[in-house]
Design a protein around this ligand. Structure first.
Ligand code: AP5
Ligand code: MG
Length: 208
């Protein structure tokens, strides 16, 4: 079986993290989640931690070299395949990715901005393991790993709108680049989690 080198992209809230976790489990490949790595790194109280914390909470992107260094270190330790979530985010980052690996599949999860905003307002995550939740009345505030279930700093209205605008300006251009390389597969993200996953599995199985 060929190694899977997948990138997952789509607007904020399209379900990249949710689906990448399922893909990683089913196909036994590593989920490289740059947002999660950066949120972990920001807990360290040094200059870099401060820059990451402030940039993320404003809904802006970090300078390329910061996520790229994390990506390189992660990829060096991967034996089988991987799914990249949150990198690359623009053409420069795609060029950086191409220097260290070759992508074999790009999954584009398509949802509207209205749906994205609705989902992000209700998203909660575990501050320890990063598990993703949708808020509902009476849900526990403690994750099964004993971490606290919290709202992300960048899931506040002003930051959400800024992140979506940046996505349309920078990241969406990658759809064309992946399509030119013939590795793009478009997935309808406005279905249940299970239905989206089923569509994704059909695409992955078709290249195995
Ligand atoms: P990152 O953490 O990657 O955030 P993002 O790109 O904004 O994407 P999200 O994580 O918000 O959305 P998602 O698609 O993963 O949705 P999820 O599965 O959680 O990056 C955060 C920040 O880090 C960036 O803004 C930047 O500052 C920095 N950064 C990261 N990478 C960088 C890079 N390469 N360069 C520079 N800076 C970088 O789902 C959302 C919600 O919807 C959840 O509640 C979930 O339960 C629910 N949901 C999922 N699927 C469904 C469904 N089918 N139906 C209903 N609800 C669903
Ligand atoms: Mg995510």
């Amino acid at each position: 079986m060929a190694d899977l080198h997948i990138a997952i992209l789509g607007p904020q809230g399209s379900g990249k993290g949710t689906q990448a976790a399922l893909i990683s489990q089913k196909y036994e490949i590593t989920h490289v989640d740059l947002g999660h790595e950066l949120r972990d790194r920001q807990k360290i109280n040094d200059e870099l931690g401060k820059v990451i914390r402030e940039t993320i909470s404003r809904g802006e992107l970090l300078p390329d070299h910061i996520p790229f260094k994390i990506l390189k270190e992660k990829l060096e330790n991967i034996k089988k395949g991987f799914i990249l979530d949150g990198f690359p985010r623009d053409s420069e980052q795609l060029a950086m990715t191409n220097e260290i690996t070759t992508l074999t599949l790009a999954l584009y999860i398509k949802i509207s901005d209205e749906e994205a905003v609705k989902r992000l307002e209700k998203r909660r995550i575990c501050d320890k393991c990063g598990k993703i939740y949708t808020w509902n009345e009476g849900m526990s505030s403690i994750c099964e790993c004993k971490g606290n279930i919290v709202q992300r700093e960048d899931d506040k209205p002003e930051a959400i709108l800024k992140r979506l605008a940046l996505y349309h300006k920078e990241t969406e251009l990658l759809i064309r680049e992946y399509s030119d390389k013939k590795i793009l597969r478009e997935i309808n993200g406005e279905q249940t989690v299970e239905e989206v996953f089923s569509e994704i599995c059909t695409e992955i199985d078709s290249i195995l």
